[in-house]
Design a binder for this molecule. Structure first.
Ligand code: SF4
Length: 422
């Protein structure tokens, strides 16, 4: 979502004559788009700002946007005397006006508590010319006891199907092949519209645009992944058979204390619905270890669930107390060294399971959308399968942005290697 917001910031700033530079020493305006999801990300905000302050030219403006800005507001101006502008997550569309004000020497912190009722459409300069992010819903109506997102991103608000389809048609005409529909809770799409819609409707409508060869969506909540959405993915040829479905813990008491609104059995049923309907679907998840009060046994229930569910991949994280969240104040915090030990152990199990899943691809031919050169081996290019697995193979720049077939010859826990099928 932040990457997508940054592309919209570029579009908005283009309207008042700013252009992107990759040399920070030349910049007239530096914008830090921030993330507050974990303490570590928030700490980085201040180390970046300190670095920028040392290296900026006289007259360079420094602006801070995103979730940390939404949370801290005016306090950021007080803490960092060299910051000129703080804007939040609900007033991105105001960026050009705010920058013009800051150019005149004002120091500004402007935050809205909610997105405007008429969602403003903002211009965009995308950083990729074959795969695009498309936000379809903003905010989150859940209140998980560890999560700062509802506080900084507000309540769910869906864009209408017409504006989304217009954007998709423009992308198709510009040669884009892949779209990723975004939302903090994308599976809740449309419940707030009149008439009510759901993500399955959107996938079916986008599926009629032949030029878009891949439709993805990120990220969902298990309670909102209804059978109609699964059915739409099964039926629409361009919908990728890939489901990122965060469970967060594999233990019922922990899930209750997280206020996730489901238990492990419920999750099992949703995962079965996906795999029964789409046997080749990849299922990935998010897990938090060391949530307050988590016992060794409860942690092991999470580990065992990874084995049981055979996830294709899992994003793991140690619990990080966040401001404005109930769990941050609970007395039974798990010591850092225990959290880190659990995280190490879980990661070992996750990579064994992912490795097993990836090996299932050996000797098959996968369609790969080539994204760029491999970071590790310049002779290779790198892309993704429909199931979102990374594939590296020998190839040249002419393949970037193309859909090609690759025979898979090797698998490790994080990626596949193969050769181009002519
Ligand atoms: S559903 Fe996701 S974004 Fe919403 S409160 Fe829970 S963890 Fe945060």
């Amino acid at each position: 979502m932040n990457k997508s917001d940054s592309e919209h910031m570029l579009g908005l700033l283009d309207e008042i004559g700013y252009a992107q530079t990759d040399n920070e020493k030349n910049a007239d305006l530096m914008i830090l788009n921030t993330c507050a999801i974990r303490e570590g990300a928030e700490d980085k905000v201040f180390s970046y700002l300190g670095h920028w302050n040392k290296h900026k030219r006289d007259g360079t403006l420094i602006a801070v946007g995103g979730c940390v800005a939404q949370d801290m507001g005016e306090d950021l101006l007080k803490r960092c005397s060299y910051v000129n502008l703080v804007f939040g997550t609900h007033n991105l569309h105001r960026l050009p006006d705010l920058v013009l004000q800051a150019e005149k020497g004002e120091r500004i912190a402007e935050l809205f508590t909610e997105l405007p009722d008429d969602l403003p459409e903002t211009p965009v300069i995308r950083q990729n010319d074959f795969s695009a992010w498309v936000s379809v819903i903003y905010g989150c109506d859940y209140n998980c006891t560890y999560c700062i997102v509802p506080y900084v991103r507000g309540r769910e608000k869906s864009r209408t199907p017409d504006v989304i389809l217009q954007e998709i048609n423009e992308l198709a005409n510009a040669g884009y092949k892949e779209v990723t529909l975004l939302g903090q809770n994308v599976t809740a799409y449309g419940h707030d519209l009149d008439p009510v819609r759901h993500l399955g409707h959107l996938i079916e409508m986008i599926g009629e645009q032949d030029a878009i060869r891949r439709i993805r969506f990120l990220t969902g909540h298990p309670r909102d992944l209804n059978p109609e959405i699964i059915d739409a993915v099964a039926k629409v040829p361009s919908a990728c058979e890939y489901f990122h479905l965060p469970i967060q813990a594999g233990d019922d008491r922990t899930l209750r204390r997280m206020a996730r609104g489901y238990n492990v059995d419920f999750y099992r049923k949703v995962a079965s619905q996906v795999r029964d309907r789409i046997p080749d679907a990849a299922l990935t998840s998010d897990l938090i270890v060391g949530f307050p009060g988590e016992t060794d046994q409860e942690f092991m229930n999470t580990v065992n669930l990874v084995e049981e569910m055979c996830f294709d991949a899992v994003n793991t994280a140690a619990y990080s107390p966040r401001p404005h969240t109930p769990a941050a104040n609970w007395p039974d915090q798990v010591p850092e060294e225990v959290k880190n030990e659990r995280l190490r152990f879980l990661n070992t199990v996750v990579s064994e399971v992912s490795h097993r899943r990836n090996k299932r691809c050996l000797d098959t031919v996968c369609e790969v959308l080539v994204e760029g050169r491999s970071q590790r081996n310049p002779e290779r290019v790198s892309g993704r399968t429909r199931t979102n697995k990374i594939v590296n193979f020998v190839g040249d720049d002419s393949l970037i942005g193309k859909l090609v077939n690759v025979r898979i010859e090797a698998a490790n826990p994080w990626a596949l290697r193969g050769s181009l099928v002519s």
